[in-house]
Design a protein around this ligand. Sequence first.
Ligand SMILES: N[C@@H](CCC(=O)N[C@@H](CS)C(=O)NCC(=O)O)C(=O)O
Length: 254
Amino acid sequence: MAFTLYNAPQSTCSQRVRFVLNSKKLPFTEVKLNLLAGDQLKPDYLKLNPNGVVPTLDHDGAIVIDSTVITEYLDEVAPADSFTPESPVARARMRALMHFIDEMPAASVRVPTFNLAFLPSFQAMSREAFVAMAESKPMRKEFMLAMGQNGFSQTEMDAALARLRRSYQRMETEIAGSGGPWLLGQSITLADVAAMPALVRMADLGMQAQWQDLPGVTRWFDNIRAHPSFTPTYYPGSLLSEKFPHLKERAAGR
Ligand SMILES: N[C@@H](CCC(=O)N[C@@H](CS)C(=O)NCC(=O)O)C(=O)O
């Protein structure tokens, strides 16, 4: 089986797929796209992924897109060390959680990410170049135009942070209900992998304190960072604070 992963080191969606590939010890060729330079919008890439986003998996010539779909696909074609529970009911719970995670924390984390990390790059562009870039994005045009070159408003930031906070609370409830330490109980599943990058991103943005009163989530976060696949997934250059030093200063409260 030959795998090529089109992705970006710092992309949260890509990190989910790298985690599963690494866990299953599936060798893969990594093609790194520069998202700020617009590699994901080039015609050849759009033929693979018409959404103009990463990740995209090429498995022996078969193209699979969307990170949650890719992780489920990998668990099907390489079922050893499964990330999917046995029973249909537990599988349904896992998939429902994955949908929740995509709609809530994974979507909401884009607001602080763009405001705190990417905005200076967009502010350096001319108005015309910014609008042209936004309009060329198949899925994120309105998101980019809503952010604009002044960034999301405080009201929009607060709303995103409130949605993230409710996501951590939901995780706490799931962990308590399943007995933990993972979302669905004793075994790590694709739902944990789906949630991982949003929390890593928020910690990288200096906002880990937002779940410090939630013991289940705090332990979950320690556990996923201690997982053997974490370090190969978050290889050097995978955190935004490595690329944007102003985030480190912010996280340090300077
Ligand atoms: N639902 C998609 C979302 C993919 C996505 O939003 N990818 C981001 C990086 S995490 C991206 O490529 N953004 C490029 C852009 O906004 O132009 C998935 O999970 O694969």
